[in-house]
Design a protein around this ligand. Structure first.
Ligand code: NAP
Length: 537
């Protein structure tokens, strides 16, 4: 075991040395810290840079206090602030690259060190047309797996157009005042020229389009000369179902690709702890995802940060994403499900301003504050426990007499002492710039009351992501899931489904099982297409 660990560490060292060897440029870093202010963040930043400098001399570091003339010249007021290669770029980090943000920091070094923004051709076309400055601010948190995608989008744009794009990556935990000023209580959140252009992670093409328009864009269709990839199977969605399908399809000999618009792993990536995936007594959701992705990458090409915009059936399917087109013989929809909304007054308006669907991402900002967790299932209880464990004062609000979560979770909940308001419904979320209170109604007495809170976390289940299926004309079940047969065939020949989008038990292990079944069925069908047999009859 010790020998294995040593070999793994050597492996990482070699990979890191290779990583830095590819860099053509030196990266001067300037760290500004005020003694006694945000010390743990300052020390965190120092430690990671120190560790990197032990591997490479391509990164240099100079540290100053906020009283230094450079701090005044560059108008730096926050401690710690990290400035990257200021001769060439306008990129700053307010806070420290910790947790998930280590990934962003390494990407920043790669992009700056190679002078290669690494943006798609389609995104570069949009940026090339930019003709006025954009001051970008991306609010992130070390606990948020979605944040690296948003922050890296900003870095790529700032490196692609250093003449016009400046960037501040703002860690909300180190800068709660700035987060308050922008009412950014949910991460990631992106602003440009003081306007919000993105809430949540965006594929890079949608980010640059939003940056150009100075308002959030939802659709991006690539130019007709965009790259085209031919394959047997396009798997839409990089959660457990899609990743498992990728492994099984490739092992069957199919050329398959996995396309994922957001973060790989789907809902699992933001699940604080998983305790029922065989082989792991307890594993962090993101860790489980990383293991699955590493495994899948052994077999199948994965294209993250790319959103499927359209699927057109034909002799071959044409799958158009924000980046390119795929021609494929079959399509597997493993699109999962999105967070269900409560549908009450104030929920949408205060989204990102204290209303959250991700306790892993946004929980740390509510440490020592009062929040409610709405819902009574496994998700609500798991997330309430997570909030409680990180020091948030959480109360559960559930519309029934009892919770429906697993007994094991209920025992832990009782032990935690988290209060639960039963038979209570949220009828309105109150507040202007941020959440201030909720209006609750007892569904037994009809009596209404107001509960002052700083945040509202919602975990009331998921709505299946069926837009692409509907666009293809696939039938849905009365509950709104994709209708499929025992072989995961939808009602559209050549189109299959797997995972939460099919309904059913919605467990990680069932999603993985459905992904494998679908891939095997697709392999057999492509060998002997049932739709041509049907046509001949
Ligand atoms: P869920 O099991 O569907 O539970 C949703 C909860 O939200 C229910 O208690 C429901 O109330 C409540 N609800 C739904 N709509 C509501 C509304 N409009 N207003 C107020 N409350 C509302 O969803 P989930 O907890 O997200 O779990 C989804 C799936 O993932 C489940 O299969 C679950 O087992 C699985 N999961 C497993 C784990 C784990 O194993 N550790 C963790 C997370 C999720 P009612 O009870 O009144 O319907």
């Amino acid at each position: 075991m010790a020998e294995q660990t040593r070999l793994k560490e050597e492996d990482v060292q070699v990979q890191l040395q290779r990583f830095f060897a590819d860099m053509t440029q030196k990266i001067p870093l300037f760290l500004f810290c005020e003694p006694g202010k945000n010390e743990p963040f300052a020390e965190g930043a120092r430690q990671i840079i120190r560790a990197i400098r032990e591997i490479t001399d391509k990164v240099s570091l100079q540290e100053y206090t906020l009283k230094h003339e450079l701090a005044k010249k560059w108008q730096i007021t926050g401690s710690p602030t990290l400035v990257f290669a200021p001769e060439t770029y306008k990129i700053r980090w307010l806070g420290a690259p910790l947790g998930h943000e280590v990934q962003t920091f390494m990407e920043a070094l790669r992009i700056i060190g190679t002078r290669n923004p690494g943006l798609s051709k389609e995104a570069m076309k949009v940026l090339a047309k930019l003709d006025s400055p954009r001051a970008v601010k991306v609010f992130v948190s070390p606990s948020c797996p979605y944040c690296p995608q948003a922050a890296v989008n900003g870095i790529r744009a700032a490196v692609a157009r250093p003449d016009l794009v400046s960037l501040e990556i703002i860690d909300i935990q180190a800068n709660p005042d700035l987060a308050d000023q922008y009412a950014a209580q949910s991460v990631p959140q992106t602003f440009a020229n003081e306007k919000q252009i993105g809430l949540g992670a965006q594929p890079e093409e949608l980010f640059v389009a939003s940056l150009a328009a100075l308002e959030p864009q939802r659709v991006f269709i690539p130019d007709s000369d965009a790259e085209e990839i031919s394959c047997d199977l396009v798997i839409v969605g990089g959660g457990p179902a899609g990743l498992t399908a990728g492994i099984y399809a490739a092992r069957s000999g199919l050329q398959a690709v996995v396309v994922e618009k957001g973060v790989l792993g789907g809902q699992v990536a933001t699940t604080p702890m998983v305790e029922n995936y065989p082989g792991f007594t307890q594993v962090g959701g993101k860790t489980l995802v990383d293991i699955m992705v590493t495994h899948a990458l052994e077999y199948v090409k994965i294209f993250p940060g790319e959103e499927v915009q359209d699927i057109v059936p034909g002799e071959l399917f044409t799958v158009t994403t924000t980046r390119r087109r795929y021609k494929a013989r079959a399509v597997l929809l493993a699109t999962g499900a999105g967070n269900k909304r409560l549908g009450v007054e104030g929920e949408e308006r205060l989204g990102g301003r204290g209303v959250s669907y991700c306790s892993t991402c946004d929980g740390p900002l509510f440490k020592g504050k009062k929040v409610i967790m709405v819902g009574g299932g496994d998700s609500a209880v798991t997330e309430a426990l997570h909030l409680h464990n990180i020091g948030v004062e959480v109360t559960m609000v559930h519309r029934r007499e009892g919770l429906r979560a697993q007994e094991r979770l209920l025992v832990t909940l009782r032990q935690s002492g988290i209060p639960v308001l039963f038979n209570s419904e949220v009828v309105e979320i109150l507040g202007e710039a941020g959440v201030k209170a909720v209006r609750l109604k007892s569904n037994q007495t009809g009596k209404e009351s107001t509960l002052p809170v700083d945040g509202v976390f919602i975990a009331i289940g998921y709505d299946p992501a069926v837009k692409l299926a509907q666009g293809l004309g696939a039938e849905l079940t009365p509950e709104g899931y994709i209708k499929k047969d025992a072989r995961h065939r939808t009602t559209v020949p050549g189109v299959y489904s797997a995972g939460d989008v099919e309904g059913g038990f919605k467990q990680i292990v069932t999603a993985a099982g459905q992904g494998s079944e679908a891939a095997l069925a697709i392999f057999e069908d492509l060998m002997n297409p049932y739709w041509t047999v049907q046509k001949k009859r």
